[in-house]
Ligand binder design. Structure first.
Ligand SMILES: *[C@@H]1O[C@H](CO)[C@@H](O)[C@H](O)[C@H]1NC(C)=O
Ligand SMILES: *[C@@H]1O[C@H](CO)[C@@H](O)[C@H](O)[C@H]1NC(C)=O
Ligand SMILES: [Ca+2]
Length: 263
């Protein structure tokens, strides 16, 4: 029964990969994902589900970290680490962290979706690494108010950056984004470098907009208490980067904000 569940799980996850990868010429959920409590998700540069156990270990070691343990992954999950991709863990275990139940990921369950200790270490999955001093780019943010900047700001951002910021405020509150500085390599459709806003927990649903150039994007207010920002830069031409502030607003503050914007 357990084996059946695991096989079933693999099928679901494989099916889901179609929603990831390239969509409209934009890479979705690749290489650097969010990180929390020193845990982060990695996939092979060749793409999703390409790493054997040995290779997975090498990826983490190469970056100065180790394979995350089940407990480290769970600790990260408890502060909002949510990734819809199965990866190797310490001692050959495979699983992934689900914070928010969804019909298309994690069988509607919340917790570590556990595929158990794999007997066949040649199976190919992604990996979860643990490195408490890993590069700061994106992350999970639960403060009611914070300033977020592009990597290296106020210096120019570098090529080939992928950062995810997950913002999660108190249930019932909403998130207001306000841009303070904005300068990203400009091109048609913002395909080279861009910041994307998603009114949801991931970069698959709730797409709000993709931004580049040097005009400040308009303020945005989320519909729920979570939001995802994604920054991506390609292999040439950088720019000044961005700085924005988010603020958690309750329903009465929201009412005032909306009243202001219509007066
Ligand atoms: C182990 O997994 C690999 C990759 O899925 C597969 O090619 C190989 O046949 C499996 N080995 C065994 C003994 O099942
Ligand atoms: C909303 O926040 C404001 C400012 O912090 C506070 O004065 C007010 O009581 C809050 N309203 C609700 C409904 O929580
Ligand atoms: Ca660029």
């Amino acid at each position: 029964m357990r084996a059946l569940t695991a096989v079933f799980g693999v099928l679901i996850v494989l099916k889901e990969t179609e929603a990831w990868g390239y969509k409209n010429g934009i890479l979705h959920n690749s290489i650097w994902l969010e990180q929390a409590a020193g845990v982060y998700h990695r996939e092979s540069r060749k793409g999703r589900y390409q790493l054997t156990y040995k290779e997975a270990k090498a990826v983490c070691n190469f970056e100065g970290g180790t394979l995350a343990t089940f407990d480290q992954l769970e600790a990260a999950r408890q502060i909002g680490f949510h990734v819809c991709a199965a990866g190797w863990l310490d001692k050959g275990r495979v699983g992934y962290p689900i914070v928010k139940a969804g019909s298309n990921c994690g069988f509607g369950k919340v917790g570590i979706i556990d595929y158990g200790y794999r007997l066949n270490k040649s199976e190919r999955w992604d990996v979860y690494c643990y490195n408490p001093v890993a590069k700061e780019c994106g992350g999970v943010h639960t403060d009611p108010e914070k300033v977020l900047v592009s990597p290296g700001y106020p210096d120019e951002y570098q090529d080939e950056q992928i950062c995810y910021w997950h913002i999660r405020v108190r249930f019932g509150h909403r998130i207001r984004l306000h841009f303070l500085d904005f300068d990203i390599e400009e091109d048609t459709d913002c395909l080279s470098d861009h910041l994307e806003i998603y009114d949801s927990y991931d970069d698959v649903s709730g797409f709000v907009g993709r931004y580049c150039g040097d005009q400040l994007p308009d303020d945005f207010i989320s519909t729920g208490n979570v939001m995802t920002l994604k920054f991506l830069s390609d292999s040439s031409v950088t720019a000044g980067g961005f700085k924005l502030q988010y603020i958690s607003v309750n329903s009465s503050q929201l009412f005032d904000l909306l009243a202001d914007s219509f007066s």
